[in-house]
Write a protein that binds this ligand. Structure first.
Ligand code: NI
Length: 144
């Protein structure tokens, strides 16, 4: 069994602001990330996939099929966009990296069988780096 990780990048802006908290609570909780005008990050997303080595091709994962899906579902809709305003899921959900990782994982799971109709490969996990110091990881089997 092989584990293959493919790295993608996109730039996006966001504002951390929860509709469930007051203006003061939002400022206290999120600090400068609550700035009304938002700010940007160069996000790095690592998609990890596992599957057996396929004898005929010598590969475990069709990288082109993965690239096509991640481009269509994640990089295309997120790159150079404002996450709060331009990605419907974040109209009411705070676009923290945790929620972003969750949304990316959900999108890939939802489209997985279309890209990979066979038994393998399976989606294993998503890692998302917001800054060089923050990396968030979510397992595909750990979410709904
Ligand atoms: Ni931020």
């Amino acid at each position: 069994m092989f584990r293959v990780t493919r790295r993608y990048e996109f730039a996006a802006s966001h504002r951390l602001h929860s509709g469930e908290l007051s203006e003061v609570e939002n400022r206290q909780l999120y600090g400068k990330c609550n700035n009304p005008h938002g700010h940007g990050h160069n996000y790095v997303v690592e998609v990890s996939v596992r599957g057996p080595l396929e004898g005929a091709t010598g590969r475990a994962v069709d990288i082109a099929a993965l690239d096509e899906m991640v481009g269509r579902e994640v990089v295309g809709p997120f790159d150079h966009h404002n996450l709060n305003r331009e990605v419907a899921e974040f109209a009411s959900v705070v676009p923290t990296s945790e929620n972003l990782g969750l949304e990316i994982c959900r999108r890939l799971k939802r489209n997985w069988k279309q890209a990979f109709p066979g038994e393998w490969p399976k989606l294993e996990k998503i890692r998302i780096g917001e800054t060089s110091r923050n990396v968030f990881e979510v397992g595909a089997d750990e979410i709904e």
